[in-house]
Design a protein around this ligand. Structure first.
Ligand code: ACO
Length: 335
Protein backbone atom coordinates (compact mmCIF):
# COMPACT_ATOMS: atom_id res chain seq x y z
CA UNK A 1 0.00 0.00 0.00
CA UNK A 2 0.98 3.57 -0.59
CA UNK A 3 2.82 5.32 2.22
CA UNK A 4 0.84 8.50 2.74
CA UNK A 5 1.42 11.97 4.14
CA UNK A 6 4.20 12.98 1.78
CA UNK A 7 4.16 15.68 -0.85
CA UNK A 8 5.06 13.48 -3.79
CA UNK A 9 2.38 12.40 -6.25
CA UNK A 10 1.45 8.84 -7.12
CA UNK A 11 -1.25 7.94 -9.63
CA UNK A 12 -2.82 4.83 -8.18
CA UNK A 13 -6.13 4.22 -9.90
CA UNK A 14 -7.93 4.72 -13.18
CA UNK A 15 -11.41 4.18 -14.54
CA UNK A 16 -13.45 4.97 -17.62
CA UNK A 17 -16.97 4.85 -18.98
CA UNK A 18 -18.74 5.59 -22.23
CA UNK A 19 -22.39 5.58 -23.30
CA UNK A 20 -23.59 2.30 -24.81
CA UNK A 21 -24.95 3.86 -28.01
CA UNK A 22 -22.54 3.65 -30.98
CA UNK A 23 -22.66 5.66 -34.19
CA UNK A 24 -20.57 4.08 -36.97
CA UNK A 25 -19.07 5.83 -39.99
CA UNK A 26 -21.70 4.13 -42.16
CA UNK A 27 -24.39 5.59 -39.89
CA UNK A 28 -22.84 9.04 -40.37
CA UNK A 29 -22.94 8.60 -44.13
CA UNK A 30 -26.74 8.49 -43.76
CA UNK A 31 -26.68 11.98 -42.19
CA UNK A 32 -24.08 13.81 -44.35
CA UNK A 33 -22.19 13.27 -47.61
CA UNK A 34 -19.24 11.23 -46.30
CA UNK A 35 -17.97 7.65 -46.26
CA UNK A 36 -16.37 5.12 -43.95
CA UNK A 37 -13.31 5.13 -46.21
CA UNK A 38 -12.86 8.94 -46.05
CA UNK A 39 -13.30 9.11 -42.27
CA UNK A 40 -11.02 6.12 -41.54
CA UNK A 41 -8.23 7.31 -43.82
CA UNK A 42 -8.33 10.98 -42.69
CA UNK A 43 -8.89 10.42 -38.95
CA UNK A 44 -8.60 6.74 -37.96
CA UNK A 45 -12.09 6.91 -36.44
CA UNK A 46 -14.59 4.08 -36.96
CA UNK A 47 -17.09 4.47 -34.11
CA UNK A 48 -18.09 7.03 -31.54
CA UNK A 49 -20.21 6.47 -28.40
CA UNK A 50 -23.07 8.94 -28.03
CA UNK A 51 -25.03 9.81 -24.91
CA UNK A 52 -28.82 9.70 -24.92
CA UNK A 53 -30.96 12.29 -23.16
CA UNK A 54 -31.12 10.08 -20.06
CA UNK A 55 -27.32 9.97 -19.78
CA UNK A 56 -25.23 12.82 -18.43
CA UNK A 57 -21.67 14.00 -17.84
CA UNK A 58 -22.26 13.45 -14.12
CA UNK A 59 -23.46 9.90 -14.63
CA UNK A 60 -20.64 8.65 -16.89
CA UNK A 61 -18.05 10.56 -14.85
CA UNK A 62 -19.32 8.97 -11.65
CA UNK A 63 -19.01 5.46 -13.13
CA UNK A 64 -15.44 6.22 -14.29
CA UNK A 65 -14.59 7.71 -10.89
CA UNK A 66 -15.97 4.72 -8.96
CA UNK A 67 -13.71 2.40 -10.96
CA UNK A 68 -10.66 4.60 -10.31
CA UNK A 69 -11.43 4.81 -6.58
CA UNK A 70 -11.81 1.05 -6.40
CA UNK A 71 -8.49 0.45 -8.21
CA UNK A 72 -6.75 2.86 -5.84
CA UNK A 73 -8.22 0.93 -2.89
CA UNK A 74 -9.54 3.99 -1.13
CA UNK A 75 -13.07 5.02 -0.12
CA UNK A 76 -14.96 7.93 -1.67
CA UNK A 77 -15.02 9.41 1.82
CA UNK A 78 -11.19 9.62 1.73
CA UNK A 79 -11.18 12.04 -1.23
CA UNK A 80 -10.14 15.59 -0.42
CA UNK A 81 -10.63 17.20 -3.84
CA UNK A 82 -12.47 16.42 -7.08
CA UNK A 83 -11.49 18.26 -10.25
CA UNK A 84 -13.80 17.70 -13.20
CA UNK A 85 -12.23 18.73 -16.50
CA UNK A 86 -15.11 19.38 -18.86
CA UNK A 87 -16.32 21.82 -21.50
CA UNK A 88 -19.79 20.32 -21.50
CA UNK A 89 -21.04 20.34 -17.90
CA UNK A 90 -24.63 19.29 -17.30
CA UNK A 91 -24.99 22.62 -15.50
CA UNK A 92 -23.04 25.77 -16.36
CA UNK A 93 -22.65 26.47 -12.65
CA UNK A 94 -20.56 23.31 -12.54
CA UNK A 95 -21.06 19.55 -12.38
CA UNK A 96 -18.25 18.50 -10.03
CA UNK A 97 -20.30 18.98 -6.85
CA UNK A 98 -23.07 16.78 -8.19
CA UNK A 99 -20.49 14.06 -8.88
CA UNK A 100 -19.17 14.55 -5.34
CA UNK A 101 -22.68 13.84 -4.05
CA UNK A 102 -23.23 10.86 -6.38
CA UNK A 103 -19.96 9.33 -5.16
CA UNK A 104 -20.64 10.03 -1.49
CA UNK A 105 -17.33 11.91 -1.31
CA UNK A 106 -18.65 13.89 1.64
CA UNK A 107 -15.29 15.37 2.71
CA UNK A 108 -14.22 16.54 -0.76
CA UNK A 109 -14.31 20.00 -2.25
CA UNK A 110 -15.19 19.83 -5.95
CA UNK A 111 -14.90 22.18 -8.88
CA UNK A 112 -14.96 22.19 -12.68
CA UNK A 113 -11.98 23.15 -14.82
CA UNK A 114 -12.36 24.15 -18.46
CA UNK A 115 -9.49 23.79 -20.90
CA UNK A 116 -11.22 21.86 -23.71
CA UNK A 117 -9.19 18.88 -24.91
CA UNK A 118 -6.24 19.92 -22.74
CA UNK A 119 -8.50 19.75 -19.68
CA UNK A 120 -7.24 16.46 -18.31
CA UNK A 121 -3.57 17.51 -18.46
CA UNK A 122 -4.39 20.90 -16.89
CA UNK A 123 -6.44 19.18 -14.15
CA UNK A 124 -3.65 16.71 -13.35
CA UNK A 125 -1.17 19.59 -13.07
CA UNK A 126 -3.62 21.51 -10.86
CA UNK A 127 -4.13 18.48 -8.62
CA UNK A 128 -0.37 18.10 -8.28
CA UNK A 129 -0.04 21.59 -6.82
CA UNK A 130 -2.46 20.75 -3.98
CA UNK A 131 -0.52 17.59 -3.17
CA UNK A 132 2.91 19.23 -3.39
CA UNK A 133 1.89 21.96 -0.96
CA UNK A 134 0.69 19.28 1.46
CA UNK A 135 -2.88 20.63 1.35
CA UNK A 136 -4.53 17.40 0.16
CA UNK A 137 -3.78 13.68 0.17
CA UNK A 138 -6.30 12.09 -2.19
CA UNK A 139 -7.49 13.81 -5.35
CA UNK A 140 -9.85 12.55 -8.01
CA UNK A 141 -9.17 13.98 -11.46
CA UNK A 142 -11.94 13.37 -13.98
CA UNK A 143 -12.15 14.21 -17.69
CA UNK A 144 -15.75 13.95 -18.87
CA UNK A 145 -17.45 15.38 -21.93
CA UNK A 146 -20.63 14.96 -23.94
CA UNK A 147 -19.67 16.87 -27.06
CA UNK A 148 -22.47 15.30 -29.11
CA UNK A 149 -24.82 17.84 -27.50
CA UNK A 150 -22.86 20.61 -29.19
CA UNK A 151 -21.92 19.12 -32.56
CA UNK A 152 -23.46 20.63 -35.69
CA UNK A 153 -24.75 17.33 -37.09
CA UNK A 154 -25.09 18.88 -40.54
CA UNK A 155 -21.38 19.82 -40.70
CA UNK A 156 -19.37 16.89 -42.12
CA UNK A 157 -16.05 18.62 -41.44
CA UNK A 158 -16.57 18.33 -37.67
CA UNK A 159 -19.40 15.87 -36.91
CA UNK A 160 -17.23 12.89 -37.88
CA UNK A 161 -14.75 13.62 -35.10
CA UNK A 162 -16.51 13.77 -31.78
CA UNK A 163 -17.81 11.26 -29.24
CA UNK A 164 -18.80 11.11 -25.57
CA UNK A 165 -17.11 9.55 -22.55
CA UNK A 166 -15.40 9.94 -19.20
CA UNK A 167 -12.13 8.86 -17.61
CA UNK A 168 -10.75 9.34 -14.12
CA UNK A 169 -7.60 8.86 -12.07
CA UNK A 170 -6.79 8.98 -8.37
CA UNK A 171 -3.72 11.00 -7.36
CA UNK A 172 -2.35 10.32 -3.89
CA UNK A 173 0.25 11.94 -1.70
CA UNK A 174 3.26 9.79 -1.00
CA UNK A 175 6.56 10.17 0.80
CA UNK A 176 8.25 7.56 -1.37
CA UNK A 177 9.09 9.67 -4.42
CA UNK A 178 7.20 12.03 -6.70
CA UNK A 179 5.97 10.19 -9.82
CA UNK A 180 4.94 13.35 -11.70
CA UNK A 181 8.33 13.96 -13.21
CA UNK A 182 7.68 16.96 -15.45
CA UNK A 183 4.98 19.05 -17.05
CA UNK A 184 4.38 22.11 -19.25
CA UNK A 185 1.09 23.84 -20.03
CA UNK A 186 0.31 26.68 -22.43
CA UNK A 187 -2.45 28.75 -23.94
CA UNK A 188 -2.60 31.13 -26.89
CA UNK A 189 -5.70 33.30 -27.02
CA UNK A 190 -4.68 34.88 -30.31
CA UNK A 191 -5.93 31.68 -31.96
CA UNK A 192 -9.12 31.48 -29.92
CA UNK A 193 -11.28 31.77 -33.05
CA UNK A 194 -9.95 28.48 -34.48
CA UNK A 195 -12.18 26.31 -32.31
CA UNK A 196 -15.25 27.62 -30.53
CA UNK A 197 -18.41 26.63 -28.73
CA UNK A 198 -19.36 30.22 -28.12
CA UNK A 199 -22.31 32.09 -26.66
CA UNK A 200 -23.94 34.47 -29.07
CA UNK A 201 -26.66 36.85 -28.04
CA UNK A 202 -28.47 39.86 -29.38
CA UNK A 203 -29.34 42.93 -27.34
CA UNK A 204 -32.60 42.67 -25.43
CA UNK A 205 -33.74 45.85 -23.75
CA UNK A 206 -34.93 45.23 -20.20
CA UNK A 207 -35.96 48.80 -19.49
CA UNK A 208 -35.21 52.03 -21.27
CA UNK A 209 -31.40 52.29 -21.63
CA UNK A 210 -30.54 48.90 -20.03
CA UNK A 211 -29.92 45.94 -22.34
CA UNK A 212 -28.69 42.43 -21.80
CA UNK A 213 -27.48 39.81 -24.29
CA UNK A 214 -30.08 37.14 -24.94
CA UNK A 215 -29.09 34.15 -27.05
CA UNK A 216 -27.62 30.67 -26.84
CA UNK A 217 -24.40 28.71 -27.15
CA UNK A 218 -23.68 27.98 -30.80
CA UNK A 219 -22.52 24.54 -32.03
CA UNK A 220 -18.83 23.67 -32.28
CA UNK A 221 -17.04 25.60 -35.01
CA UNK A 222 -13.57 24.53 -36.05
CA UNK A 223 -10.85 25.46 -38.50
CA UNK A 224 -9.70 21.85 -38.90
CA UNK A 225 -6.60 22.54 -40.98
CA UNK A 226 -5.36 25.22 -38.60
CA UNK A 227 -5.88 22.96 -35.55
CA UNK A 228 -4.09 20.16 -37.37
CA UNK A 229 -1.07 22.39 -38.12
CA UNK A 230 -1.06 23.73 -34.56
CA UNK A 231 -1.10 20.21 -33.08
CA UNK A 232 1.72 18.92 -35.27
CA UNK A 233 3.88 21.93 -34.38
CA UNK A 234 3.14 22.34 -30.66
CA UNK A 235 2.59 18.84 -29.31
CA UNK A 236 6.09 17.41 -29.99
CA UNK A 237 7.57 20.66 -28.64
CA UNK A 238 5.59 20.61 -25.39
CA UNK A 239 6.39 16.93 -24.81
CA UNK A 240 10.11 17.69 -25.33
CA UNK A 241 9.84 20.50 -22.78
CA UNK A 242 8.08 18.30 -20.21
CA UNK A 243 10.72 15.61 -20.81
CA UNK A 244 13.44 18.21 -20.26
CA UNK A 245 11.84 19.16 -16.93
CA UNK A 246 11.85 15.47 -16.04
CA UNK A 247 15.51 15.15 -17.01
CA UNK A 248 14.58 12.54 -19.60
CA UNK A 249 14.64 12.03 -23.34
CA UNK A 250 11.93 10.50 -25.50
CA UNK A 251 13.65 7.12 -25.70
CA UNK A 252 12.98 6.61 -21.96
CA UNK A 253 9.22 6.71 -22.46
CA UNK A 254 7.33 3.40 -22.26
CA UNK A 255 4.00 4.78 -23.47
CA UNK A 256 2.81 7.85 -25.33
CA UNK A 257 -0.84 8.80 -24.79
CA UNK A 258 -1.95 11.79 -26.83
CA UNK A 259 -5.33 13.43 -26.91
CA UNK A 260 -7.23 11.23 -29.35
CA UNK A 261 -8.11 13.84 -32.00
CA UNK A 262 -6.82 12.27 -35.19
CA UNK A 263 -4.69 9.15 -35.80
CA UNK A 264 -2.63 11.11 -38.32
CA UNK A 265 -1.75 13.68 -35.64
CA UNK A 266 -0.70 10.89 -33.25
CA UNK A 267 1.44 9.22 -35.93
CA UNK A 268 3.11 12.50 -36.91
CA UNK A 269 3.89 13.43 -33.29
CA UNK A 270 5.34 10.00 -32.53
CA UNK A 271 7.46 10.16 -35.68
CA UNK A 272 8.73 13.64 -34.80
CA UNK A 273 9.74 12.36 -31.33
CA UNK A 274 11.18 9.11 -32.69
CA UNK A 275 8.83 7.04 -30.56
CA UNK A 276 7.96 3.61 -32.01
CA UNK A 277 4.32 3.13 -32.98
CA UNK A 278 4.08 0.13 -30.57
CA UNK A 279 4.45 2.61 -27.70
CA UNK A 280 1.62 4.85 -28.89
CA UNK A 281 -1.68 4.07 -27.20
CA UNK A 282 -4.65 4.71 -29.46
CA UNK A 283 -8.33 3.95 -29.09
CA UNK A 284 -9.56 6.66 -31.44
CA UNK A 285 -11.09 4.05 -33.77
CA UNK A 286 -13.64 3.16 -31.08
CA UNK A 287 -14.35 6.51 -29.40
CA UNK A 288 -13.35 9.38 -31.71
CA UNK A 289 -12.43 12.62 -29.96
CA UNK A 290 -13.94 12.65 -26.46
CA UNK A 291 -12.20 15.91 -25.50
CA UNK A 292 -11.10 15.98 -21.84
CA UNK A 293 -11.98 12.30 -21.50
CA UNK A 294 -9.78 10.95 -24.27
CA UNK A 295 -6.45 10.63 -22.41
CA UNK A 296 -7.83 9.05 -19.21
CA UNK A 297 -10.01 6.60 -21.18
CA UNK A 298 -6.97 5.48 -23.22
CA UNK A 299 -4.84 5.28 -20.06
CA UNK A 300 -7.44 3.23 -18.20
CA UNK A 301 -7.98 0.79 -21.06
CA UNK A 302 -4.22 0.22 -21.37
CA UNK A 303 -3.87 -0.32 -17.61
CA UNK A 304 -6.78 -2.77 -17.50
CA UNK A 305 -5.44 -4.61 -20.57
CA UNK A 306 -2.17 -5.17 -18.67
CA UNK A 307 -0.17 -3.09 -21.16
CA UNK A 308 0.73 -0.33 -18.71
CA UNK A 309 2.31 -1.73 -15.56
CA UNK A 310 3.40 -0.23 -12.29
CA UNK A 311 6.59 1.78 -12.79
CA UNK A 312 6.06 2.40 -16.50
CA UNK A 313 6.96 5.88 -17.76
CA UNK A 314 4.13 7.62 -19.56
CA UNK A 315 4.04 10.83 -21.57
CA UNK A 316 0.60 12.40 -22.04
CA UNK A 317 -0.26 15.45 -24.09
CA UNK A 318 -3.53 17.30 -24.63
CA UNK A 319 -4.31 20.09 -27.09
CA UNK A 320 -7.36 21.92 -28.29
CA UNK A 321 -9.62 24.91 -27.96
CA UNK A 322 -8.31 28.03 -26.30
CA UNK A 323 -6.00 27.30 -27.92
CA UNK A 324 -4.49 25.30 -25.08
CA UNK A 325 -1.88 22.56 -24.96
CA UNK A 326 0.19 20.75 -22.39
CA UNK A 327 2.14 17.62 -21.53
CA UNK A 328 2.98 15.64 -18.42
CA UNK A 329 5.48 12.87 -17.77
CA UNK A 330 4.67 10.46 -14.95
CA UNK A 331 5.34 7.01 -13.65
CA UNK A 332 2.24 4.85 -13.31
CA UNK A 333 1.32 3.15 -10.04
CA UNK A 334 2.39 3.17 -6.43
CA UNK A 335 5.64 1.24 -6.45
N1 ACO B 1 -16.32 13.39 -45.76
C1 ACO B 1 -15.91 13.57 -47.04
N2 ACO B 1 -15.26 14.65 -47.45
C2 ACO B 1 -14.99 15.62 -46.53
C3 ACO B 1 -15.40 15.49 -45.19
C4 ACO B 1 -16.09 14.33 -44.81
N3 ACO B 1 -16.50 14.12 -43.55
N4 ACO B 1 -14.99 16.60 -44.52
C5 ACO B 1 -14.35 17.39 -45.40
N5 ACO B 1 -14.36 16.79 -46.62
C6 ACO B 1 -13.78 17.27 -47.85
C7 ACO B 1 -13.61 18.77 -47.87
O1 ACO B 1 -14.79 19.40 -48.30
C8 ACO B 1 -12.46 18.97 -48.80
O2 ACO B 1 -12.96 18.91 -50.12
P1 ACO B 1 -12.38 19.90 -51.25
O3 ACO B 1 -10.91 19.55 -51.36
O4 ACO B 1 -13.18 19.55 -52.44
O5 ACO B 1 -12.60 21.29 -50.71
C9 ACO B 1 -11.59 17.73 -48.60
O6 ACO B 1 -12.46 16.75 -47.97
C10 ACO B 1 -10.39 17.96 -47.73
O7 ACO B 1 -10.79 18.70 -46.57
P2 ACO B 1 -9.77 19.09 -45.44
O8 ACO B 1 -10.47 19.91 -44.41
O9 ACO B 1 -8.51 19.61 -46.04
O10 ACO B 1 -9.46 17.63 -44.84
P3 ACO B 1 -8.32 17.23 -43.84
O11 ACO B 1 -7.49 16.18 -44.44
O12 ACO B 1 -7.64 18.44 -43.24
O13 ACO B 1 -9.14 16.54 -42.67
C11 ACO B 1 -9.93 17.01 -40.46
C12 ACO B 1 -10.11 17.28 -41.95
C13 ACO B 1 -10.11 15.50 -40.26
C14 ACO B 1 -10.99 17.75 -39.69
C15 ACO B 1 -8.50 17.43 -40.04
O14 ACO B 1 -8.23 18.74 -40.48
C16 ACO B 1 -8.29 17.36 -38.54
O15 ACO B 1 -8.35 16.31 -37.94
N6 ACO B 1 -7.99 18.51 -37.91
C17 ACO B 1 -7.79 18.57 -36.50
C18 ACO B 1 -9.12 18.71 -35.84
C19 ACO B 1 -9.07 18.52 -34.35
O16 ACO B 1 -8.27 17.78 -33.85
N7 ACO B 1 -10.01 19.18 -33.67
C20 ACO B 1 -10.27 18.97 -32.33
C21 ACO B 1 -9.29 19.65 -31.41
S1 ACO B 1 -9.67 19.21 -29.80
C22 ACO B 1 -10.81 20.27 -29.01
O17 ACO B 1 -10.41 21.15 -28.28
C23 ACO B 1 -12.31 20.04 -29.18
Amino acid sequence: MLKRSGTGIAITGSGSAAPAGILTNDDLAKIVDTSDEWIKSRTGIKNRHLATASESVCQISTVAAQKAISMAQIDAADIDLIILATSTPDDLFGSASKIQNMLGASKAVAFDLTAACSGFVFALVTAAQFIRTGAYQNILVIGGDILSRWVDWSDRSSNILFGDGAGAIVCQATDSGDRLLGFEIYSDGTKNDCLTLAYQGGDRELIDGISIAKGAYQPIWMNGREIYRFAIAKVPEVIEKALFRAGLTADAIDWLILHQANQRIMDAVAERLNIESEKVISNIAEYGNTSAASIPIALDEAVRAGKIRSGDLIAISGFGAGLTWGAAIFQWGDR
